[in-house]
Ligand binder design. Sequence first.
Ligand SMILES: [Zn+2]
Length: 287
Amino acid sequence: MSSRLTTAGEENPLIDSGKIKLLGVKMEKENHGLSETETLQPIPDRLVVLTFDDGNKSDYTYVGPLLKRYGFGATFFITEGLNFLNNKAHYLTWEEIRQLHDEGFEIGNHTRHHKHTNTQSKSELLADLIHIDKRCEAYGIPVPETFGYPADCRGPEAIEALSEKGYRFARRGIGPEFPFHPEGGRGPVYDPDVYHPLVIPSSIPGPNYKFEDLVWAVDQAKDGKIAVLTFHGVPALEHPWVDVPPEQFETYMNYLRDNGCTVIALRDLAKYVDTSETTGKSITYWP
Ligand SMILES: [Zn+2]
C-alpha cells in the first residue's frame, strides 16, 4: 500500500480536482479489492483504545490481569531503552511480554533505544524498529503492526519510515493541539476522518489528569470519534511524572465498564477504520 503523506493545509492537487480524486478512489478499490472496506464495522459510540508505554513491570503484575477480568483489549508498547535491560524489578522480561501476548493483548513497537525519532535518520529508526521485531520473533510474538512514538517526538522522516515499513496505526500524544504538560493531560479525540492513521492523537493520564478528564474523553467518543489513552506504569516506578496509582486506575476501568465502553487494542482499529485513504489527513510534527 502506498499513500502519499500530506500535511494539513499543504497544497494537494488531488484535493483541488474532484475529478482526479474520484479516479484515485476507483483505483484504490481496484488495487485492494472491495473486501477491505465492505467488512469495516461502524464505529460504535464509546469506543476506547488503551495503550501502555515503556514495558513497566505493572503491565504484567497488575494491568494485564485486571484488563483480562474486565474483558478489555490493550496495546503494550515495548522498548529496550530506558532501564529495560538493567532493572528487571521495574521493567518486564521478554518472557512476561510473551505471556501478555498469549493472554490476547497486543505487543506494539516502541523502538530499541527509546530515542526521539525526530533526531534519527530513517535508517537508524528502521534499525531500532527491526531490533524489536526480531526480539518479538525470538519469543514467538508476532511482528508488531502498530507503533508508539517515544516521548511523542516525530518529524517527516519518521512518519515516512513508518509508512514505508507498513505500519497501519501509530499513536502520538497531545501536542500540538493541546498544551504540553510534563505530568500528562487531555489530548484530542481521534477522528479517523481528520487524522492520518500514523499520527493518532491521545490523552495521557498522569498526575495532571483526573477522573473528570477521563469522563470528558469518553463523552467525546461518539459520532465516529474514538478515545485513545496513553498510560505508562500503574504505578510508573521510574517515571513519577506519568504515574497512575492502581486505585485510581481501577476507578477509570470501572467507569469504562459501567458506561458500556468497547475497549480495544490499537490494532483492533482495523475493524473500524479504512487506512487506505489518507489523502489530505492531518499530520503534525512534535515538538
Ligand atoms: Zn515511552
